[in-house]
Design a protein around this ligand. Sequence first.
Ligand code: TIU
Length: 222
Amino acid sequence: MVDRLVVDASPHPFAFSPPHTALIVIDMQRDFVEPGGFGETLGNDVSMLRKVVPPLVAVLAATRDAGIAVIHTREGHLPDLSDCPPAKLNRASPSLRIGDPGPRGRILIRGEYGHDIIDELTPLDGELVVDKPGKGSFYGTSLQEHLEARGITSLIVTGVTTEVCVHTTVREANDRGYECLVLSDCVGSYFEEFQRAGLAMIAAQGGIFGWVAPSENYLKVM
Ligand code: TIU
């Protein structure tokens, strides 16, 4: 594996060492991307997120071919909801609450069909799958220990949604010292204005939370 690659990115080029880098695919679960899941119960048009899938399939394939580590995350809760704070469970007036039976199983519950990752992005054996109770990928998980054990210092960030779980994860990672490149067409939001603003916030102020680039710039150096 080459030791250093540089991606044309905003606000400036993103240099990373492939052996010390992981691709993180955040919450590409049926619950967010397909009808009948958590995302739709919150009143969202889930078709907004589908456009992320084709570029993410290409990025995942190139990353695996390059031998770079891949990590998947899933947001969800234990069947008894003991890890779901009442503040999250009782928030707003969704059409179905977390734990209620839905067309793809209980909403946002581990082990249910709707909680799992979509078929196009199924994890391979050996790829870490991080189950997380919150929006960030570090809170309540062993992700940091996993990254430290493998000497991973850079993250290529993809998944949904841009302003919620992607942003929370990037902010958590940035505070822990990780360098994050967010692939702009491989992250998605239910809201066009949040997609635009969410990406701008990451790269603003000289890259206050990280770097942003379209996936074609990443694929060019793979
Ligand atoms: N609602 C929303 O935009 N997102 C979430 O609740 N979770 C994630 O972003 N994965």
